[in-house]
Design a protein around this ligand. Structure first.
Ligand code: AHR
Length: 348
């Protein structure tokens, strides 16, 4: 009978199948096959994955970022706005910001950087109080594989020690101030300068650009530092007004906070708005108010709101993207004619 012949054949087939199942690797549907080649007995050595089978690259987001910002101090409204820009942007994006205030001391900034290197932060953004003296700590960051973005003022260190500079062109700001002074004193005259922190990129650049541009018939009678600080600038202004009484046609003041101190000193000396022409830098609300009141004739913009740009670049660095070696802020000059209209729109 058919049944008696079929049974032994079936038994053999089952035995064969059982043998095969025991020896061969389990088979899964093709779509579920692993991407890497399956090792066979002959190829016991690990098989290098094919080029197309590399593991997916990690894409970092702001939430993965720890950014170190060793702020140089709190000397001006500009600086306050710069600090706020970093803190607010970090909070909005979810960046872990390690912030410190060096109180105008380079050694404090260097210590803060070293602490950040120890903590293995992802990126350091450094606003250097002065230009020189950064080589050693920048080398330490580089050796630790931590990229450094120089923010705001420049450094004199070799460009190979940091990845980029984001900030203002300070020489250009000085040139703009010189051009404005030339327009205000077409027949020449005597001017005084109260500069920013000695040795800072901002003070060095502004002084250089101003001198490069000033007409030959304008003389700089004197120049002293006010350290970008109104409290320090006020006695300088008072001494200038006394020493050069009756000879001063113009003031070039390196920031609005110090210009406010000069205005106080001029008021105390009995001067009226416009008696001495004044060019200032920054474009703070205080600067706009001095233009409205007639004390300042031109305010050269220096933009402190650098947080978003710096954090965007830091994320690009984390993701191995190419970045620009220098990103200069596009800035303008503000004048009294529309200062009242613009004041309510100012963010700092
Ligand atoms: O480096 C930028 C300068 O620093 C600003 O002009 C000044 O106000 C600040 O303190």
């Amino acid at each position: 009978m058919k049944s008696t012949k079929v049974l032994p054949v079936l038994v053999m087939v089952l035995i064969l199948l059982a043998t095969l199942v025991g020896c061969a690797p389990a088979v899964t549907p093709e779509s579920a096959q692993p991407a890497a080649p399956v090792a066979t007995e002959k190829s016991a050595e690990p098989v290098a994955p094919a080029a197309t089978e590399a593991p997916a690259k990690t894409v970092y987001t702001y939430a993965d970022m720890t950014l170190c910002y060793p702020q140089l101090g709190a000397e001006s409204d500009w600086r306050t706005a710069n600090t706020a820009s970093f803190k607010e942007t970090a909070a909005e994006l979810g960046v872990n910001l390690i912030f410190s205030d060096a109180q105008q001391k380079q050694e404090n900034q260097i210590s803060a950087m070293r602490a950040c290197i120890q903590q293995e932060v992802d990126v350091i953004a450094l606003p250097p109080v002065v230009e020189d003296g950064w080589d050693a700590v920048l080398q330490e960051a580089k050796d630790a594989g931590i990229p450094v973005i120089i923010v705001d003022r420049s450094v004199s260190a070799d460009k190979s020690l940091y990845v980029s500079h984001i900030g203002s062109d300070m020489v250009l700001e000085g040139r703009k101030a010189g051009e404005e002074m030339n327009k205000l004193l077409p027949n020449g005259g005597n001017v005084l300068e109260i500069s920013g922190t000695t040795g800072s990129g901002a003070a060095v650049g502004r002084a250089q650009g101003f001198r490069e541009t000033l007409n030959a018939n304008i003389t700089i009678l004197d120049s002293q530092t006010g350290n970008f600080n109104p409290t320090e600038a006020k006695p300088v202004a008072e001494a200038f007004l006394k020493k050069y009484e009756g000879q001063i046609d113009g003031f070039f003041i390196h920031n609005d906070g110090m210009a406010e101190a000069v205005v106080e000193a001029m008021k105390a000396a009995g001067l009226q708005p416009g008696d001495v022409k004044m060019i200032s830098v920054d474009g703070t609300r205080g600067g706009f108010q001095m233009m409205i009141d007639g004390w300042v004739q031109a305010d050269v913009e220096c933009n402190p709101l650098l947080g978003p740009q710096v954090m965007e670049m830091a994320l690009m660095l984390m993701n191995g993207e190419e970045i620009e070696a220098e990103v200069l802020t596009n800035e303008t000059v503000y004048y009294p004619d529309n200062a009242a209209e613009l004041l309510p729109t100012r963010k700092y």
